[in-house]
Write a protein that binds this ligand. Structure first.
Ligand SMILES: N[C@@H](CCC(=O)N[C@@H](CS)C(=O)NCC(=O)O)C(=O)O
Length: 247
């Protein structure tokens, strides 16, 4: 069986979530670089890529043996977990699974707004995200953090119970990136339960490898990174991923 192909770049939040799951579950994969938003040969808006993922976004996976392709990080993560029977991160019990699905749907216009409101304005200056949109995104994120703080993470160690699931991996890809050790673009200290959960997530296998690009880029709170620095962060991440696969 040929290894699964993952299309994307390691700096992308939803790509990171998929890569973390694959590394955690030790499933062999090959990362094929696709530039988000570009119409060029290796771009996510190139007609060849749109054949694989019509929404034109990363990540997307391809099973070389069957030709099956699938976009959308959460669809990919649930598909892989079901087909490989990764019941620790996506339990068989329908009600437990439904709670994880509920978070994965909730994520999109709430926790995912961390990227739109905080990180993208710094690393994707080309997008020229309007101020009002950034403010709305920050408001949605703050609301979501308040909910996680006062409900899910008040009751449990992780978002859907006392063990790590796909919900945690998806959520960390967004919330983790704003931590002081990474981009440092948001003050999380008012959210004590969220901070404790972020620390617990650090010990999940694969955390350090998939967060290489953020560690490399470092604090971007006062100065937006150069394109060169972002490229370098992605290159370092590719090296770390390769090294983790051969160890
Ligand atoms: N809902 C999608 C969102 C993916 C997404 O927004 N990816 C960004 C990169 S982080 C992208 O590909 N942007 C390029 C574009 O929209 O043209 C998922 O979770 O997979």
């Amino acid at each position: 069986m040929q290894p699964l192909i993952v299309y994307g770049v390691p700096f992308s939040q939803p790509v990171r979530a998929v890569l973390w799951l694959l590394i955690l579950k030790k499933l062999p994969f090959e990362l094929s670089l696709i530039n988000p938003g570009s119409k060029g040969d290796n771009g996510s808006r190139n007609p060849n890529y749109l054949e694989k993922n019509p929404s034109g976004t990363i990540p997307c996976i391809e099973e070389p043996d069957t030709g099956f392709t699938l976009g959308e990080a959460h669809a990919i993560m649930t598909y892989l977990s079901r087909t490989h029977k990764w019941f620790d991160v996506y339990p068989e019990d329908e009600r437990e699974r439904a709670k994880i699905d509920a978070y994965l749907h909730y994520h999109h216009r709430n926790v995912r707004e961390a990227s739109l409101g905080l990180v993208a304005p710094k690393v994707r200056k080309d997008l020229d995200i309007p101020e009002l949109m950034q403010e709305n995104a920050k408001r949605s994120l703050s609301g979501a953090l308040t909910t996680l703080e006062n409900y899910q993470l008040k009751q449990h160690k992780f978002l859907c119970g006392d063990h790590v699931t796909l919900a945690d991996i998806a959520a960390y890809a967004e919330i983790g990136q704003v931590r002081p050790a990474f981009t440092n673009v948001f003050d999380l200290t008012p959210f004590a339960n969220v901070c404790a959960w972020l620390e617990r997530m650090e010990s999940v296998d694969g955390h350090d490898v998939v967060h290489t690009p953020l560690r490399e880029l470092g604090d971007i709170s006062t100065e937006a990174p150069t394109m060169e620095a972002i490229k370098n962060a992605n290159v370092m991440a590719l090296k770390a991923i390769k090294a983790s696969q051969s160890s």
